[in-house]
Design a protein around this ligand. Structure first.
Ligand SMILES: C=C(O[C@@H]1C=C(C(=O)O)C=C[C@H]1O)C(=O)O
Length: 386
């Protein structure tokens, strides 16, 4: 019906959540986590100068089980509201149709296995980045690329979302409808940027270092047997150091740091360190908002030093990252907020599917291996959706 909407599943959760914003457009506002009403926030990689995020207001909030049983419904506008009535009538009609029409899976299609021009552009950018790092201008740069696909009119994004949910239990899986832009964004990200629980626990993570879960023979490497090279260890340590620098800026010393440990994200292993703060103990109620401003974009998706890395990325990548490597997630849902880095994602618009993936570049980077890494990251979605 053309409303802004989001459907998501939290990591390791069974419940699915749907938010429908009965509004003409999407409000832009600073993501002030403590003072926003229940909503879904989406924010691009490049923050606008106003610092504002897109806020999808939680006018209708529905929680349901994986087998589509309704668990909870909140309707902020009231039953009598004509737009809400229309919405519920339409939902009834559709569910009646679905009962008679068996659901057929219509996946996305890849445009090509590998586009040589795109690979050449990316590997040349990596070479340039390595030169810059060796010259001492940067410590780390994260370079990304896109991969095109397409989908037909019969493609049902919600079915695709359900597939991602069942394939990736530990990911934050989401599908966001942005009618103003004629776009939908879908993804299964492994990376928490900032979360604040109802009982005042703040969390953030540093995630970096990537390898396939399979060895050259195609056998699964057990997590305990995973070995990391110096390049990945340093690359991830840099992100941890960046987070600690952010804590230092606000003179926060009482944080718990756990890791790094090997975690699995679909077809990939990463290194992750978890940071936790008891907000009541440090008497810092706005920690979530303050850290969100300081952290985004972290050196897991941008680089160090941050501002010059951002300029370098903009000049060399040759496309707008838009919401890729920005952040998204529910805010103030039963007192909890959880924002994730928008990775392993695809933009759906007018039949074109655009997959986004990047890789952290250090002085030891090999351009072809970084390209392969972005291919594997695109596979996280492609293997489930095609
Ligand atoms: C940039 C991406 O992922 C990030 C970069 C990683 C890396 O360089 O090893 C690993 C995890 C993410 O923090 C992506 O998925 O596109």
């Amino acid at each position: 019906m053309g409303y802004p909407a989001a459907v998501w599943r939290m990591p390791h959760a069974q419940e699915l959540n749907l938010l429908i914003s009965i509004q003409d457009g999407i409000r832009q506002q600073i993501a002030d986590l403590e003072n926003l009403p229940a909503c879904f926030v989406i924010h691009p990689f490049e923050s606008p100068s106003s610092g504002e995020s897109y806020i999808l207001e939680g006018d209708v909030l529905i929680t349901f089980s994986e087998d589509m049983q309704l668990l909870r419904l909140t309707n902020r506008l009231g039953e009598e509201q004509p737009a809400v009535q229309q919405l519920f009538d339409r939902a009834k009609q559709l569910s009646a149709q679905d009962e008679v029409k068996p659901v057929v899976w219509n996946g996305l299609s890849r445009r090509s296995e590998t586009d040589p021009a795109s690979r050449a552009h990316y590997t040349q950018a990596v070479e340039k980045a390595v030169e810059e790092i060796r010259a001492g201008n940067f410590m780390k740069l994260v370079l990304s690329r896109t991969k095109p696909g397409h989908y037909s009119k019969d493609f049902r994004p919600f079915q695709a979302f359900l597939r991602l949910c069942s394939a990736y239990a530990s990911a934050f899986v989401s599908l966001v409808n942005l009618p103003d832009r004629g776009e939908q964004w879908m993804g299964a990200t492994p990376e928490t940027l900032v979360s604040v629980s109802a009982d005042g626990i703040f969390k953030t993570t540093s995630l970096a270092g990537t390898q396939s879960i399979k060895n050259a023979e195609g056998d699964l490497i057990p997590p305990k047997k995973v070995l990391w090279g110096q390049k990945e260890i340093e690359e991830q340590a840099l992100v941890s150091r960046y987070i600690i620098e952010c804590f230092k800026k606000i003179r926060l010393r009482e944080y718990l740091e756990t890791g790094p440990k090997t975690i699995r994200a679909g077809n990939l292993y990463h290194l992750r360190t978890d940071f936790e703060v008891q907000m009541k103990e440090v008497n810092f109620a706005e920690l979530g908002t303050v850290m969100l401003k300081l952290l985004h974009p972290t050196s897991a998706v941008c680089g160090m030093p941050r501002e010059s890395a951002r300029t370098f990325i903009k000049n060399i990548e040759g496309f707008d990252r838009s919401f890729y490597s920005g952040f998204l997630g529910p805010v103030q849902m039963a007192g909890e907020s959880a924002l994730f880095v928008n990775l392993r994602c695809v933009r759906l618009s007018e039949g074109t599917a655009t997959f986004f993936a990047g890789a952290g570049i250090t002085e030891d980077s090999d351009p072809m291996r970084e390209w392969e890494e972005t291919e594997m990251k695109c596979e996280t979605l492609l293997s489930v959706l095609t």
